[in-house]
Design a protein around this ligand. Structure first.
Ligand code: G16
Length: 543
């Protein structure tokens, strides 16, 4: 088997976004497109030579083909050992767990997360470093720069590895181990949570529905929830991991997790509902006829952390992304621990976790996690909730109401405008940027603007600065309006408007967030000339 050097030429637009490179499948299928990106990673990460690489993905269309391409390239680039999930599967948090457990140099995770799959859908790839977390911006920028100058990639002729069969194989001098994608992860979960207590909860008649959305967490949830925790068969729905996610949109929110939402808001609803996304790092938590916002979920888990086996000693600190509601800040304040506000993107939590400054972190985009891995972790959040419920034995809604009574309620909503013309979206953002210096002191929606800026973050650990991370308008009563362009879309631009207000009075905790926030929603539209500039009169998705 000889290593071959194949001439290539740079493709435009290979800059990783919020979480890796995401494009249409058809873009990735172009000869050299995937290869160039992967070669750029090998060129920028010298420790992969002679090191261990973890490889797996969410099982979407093109996953297996891409894995075979990457295996050949890894061998040709001097990787010594490659761990691949059986069937090419590894959820994103499981990939992080495997990288950490086996002390790998890094991993390539193939996923476009919650974006639809199939031949007409999306594909994606990202590199995770040795701590198990997404590559920091410095590295993703170096990888991007390399893609722009690349003129060759290395590969090796060999027949395909039988990805569906666990075992030891070789490509040239590289050892390939096809591993059980669930085992290491399930073992880690069992070390964090009180499985006996959760088993007892299920035995008491507690009913749960977990929607795997025909994506990667199906096998994980079946093994852990129905297998190890003894929940009745059928607790996990849509548990078959399919390459096109059954034609669905594997995004666990109130719009796309339709089947679960219908059941949880219907007659005789289960006590607890949860869903996860394409690659298993997102989660949605529901009670009976009750939606828990991801921001509240982080705050509730933080407030109850000492009830959970692994976190009995308390939390070092909490971090949330800037657009995430400030509910977690209230908890941190009461607990007397640090709270950090980072830009959107899990990669910004890595340094804080590595330095031991935070234990829990989360984002409004249905992401919650802890220091057990360096990715957000959908099933972890679900199990953490189950552990809390197993101790408190209260309905989810009651738990939330008690939380709000203690900490106040952060009313919160996010309005997404998807596939907006990119030039129009940029124009809208610029229009808001132009107004920022004039806003402080002004009265908008009956509130006084305290601060208006384009969010910039200085990493407290390595001092790196990330600019232009979203436009914030903060009011003197804690309310906020935030404008941001998504970094994960693949067509046009996705405009996200995040709206929040703080209500300390328990007598006022009963409103529908869309009504409680109506004046701020209207003000955001006026300020940004939303209708005029985008031609839209309503959001594509409201969460
Ligand atoms: C990714 C990132 C998250 C981010 C989310 C949304 O999640 O890992 O940190 O919050 O995208 O980003 P944006 O608002 O830029 O679209 P995932 O689940 O898509 O990998």
């Amino acid at each position: 088997m000889t290593v071959r050097t194949i001439p290539t030429f740079p493709f435009e637009g290979q800059r990783p976004g919020t979480s890796g490179l995401r494009k249409r499948v058809t873009v990735f299928q172009q000869q050299g497109y995937l290869e160039n990106f992967v070669q750029a990673v090998f060129d920028c990460v010298p420790e992969l030579v002679g090191g261990t690489l973890v490889l797996g993905g969410d099982g979407r269309y093109y996953n297996k083909e891409a894995i075979e391409v990457i295996l050949r390239m890894a061998a040709a680039n001097g990787v010594q050992r490659c761990l691949v999930g059986r069937g090419g599967l590894l959820s994103t948090p499981a990939a992080s767990a495997v990288i950490r457990k086996h002390k790998a140099s890094g991993g390539l995770v193939l996923s476009a997360s919650h974006n639809p799959g199939g031949p007409e859908g999306d594909f994606g790839i990202k590199y995770n470093i040795g701590n198990g977390g997404p590559a920091p911006e410095k590295l993703t920028e170096a990888i991007y720069a390399r893609t722009q100058t690349l003129d060759r990639y290395r590969t090796q002729d060999t027949k395909d590895i039988p990805l569906d069969v666990i075992g030891h194989y070789a490509i040239g001098t590289m050892a390939v181990e096809v591993i059980d994608p669930v085992a290491d992860y399930a073992e880690l979960m069992e070390s964090l949570f009180d499985f006996d207590a959760i088993r007892a909860l299920f035995q008491s008649g507690f009913r749960m529905r977990y929607d795997a959305m025909n994506a990667v967490t199906g096998p994980y949830a079946r093994e852990i929830i129905e297998g190890r925790l003894g929940a009745p068969a059928g607790t996990v729905i849509n548990g078959e991991a399919l390459p096109d996610f059954g034609g669905g949109h594997p995004d666990p929110n109130l719009t796309y997790a339709e089947q679960l939402v219908a059941e949880m808001f219907g007659a005789n609803a289960p006590d607890f509902g949860a869903a996860s996304d394409g690659d298993g790092d997102r989660n949605m938590i529901l009670g009976r006829k009750f939606f828990v916002t991801p921001s509240d979920s982080l705050a509730v888990l933080a407030a109850n952390a000492t009830l959970v086996k692994a976190y009995k000693k308390g939390l070092a600190g909490i971090a949330r992304s800037m657009p995430t509601s400030c509910a977690a800040d209230k908890v941190a304040e009461k607990l007397g621990i640090e709270c950090f506000e980072t830009p959107t993107g899990w990669k910004f939590f890595g340094n804080l976790l590595d330095a031991g400054r935070i234990t829990f972190c989360g984002e409004e985009s249905f992401g919650t996690g802890s220091d057990h891995v360096r990715e957000k972790d959908g099933l972890w959040a679900v199990l953490c909730w189950l552990n809390v419920l197993a101790v408190r034995r209260e309905p989810v809604e009651q738990l939330l109401r008690e939380h709000w009574a203690r900490f106040g309620r952060n009313y919160y909503t996010r309005h997404d405008y998807e596939e907006v013309d990119a030039v129009d979206a940029k124009g809208l953002m610029q229009h808001v940027i132009d107004q920022l210096p004039t806003l402080p002191g002004k009265t908008i929606a009956g509130r006084t603007v305290k601060l208006a800026d384009d969010f910039s973050y200085t990493d407290p650990i390595d001092g790196s600065v990330s600019k232009n991370q979203g436009l914030r308008i903060v009011f003197d009563d804690g309310a906020r309006i935030i404008f941001r362009l998504s970094g994960t879309g693949t067509v046009g631009a996705t405009l996200r408007i995040y709206i929040e207000s703080y209500e300390p009075d328990p007598g006022k905790h009963d409103q529908d967030p869309q009504i409680a926030l109506a004046d701020l929603i209207k003000a955001a539209a006026q300020l940004s000339e939303l209708g005029e500039r985008t031609g839209r009169d309503r959001p594509t998705v409201i969460t």
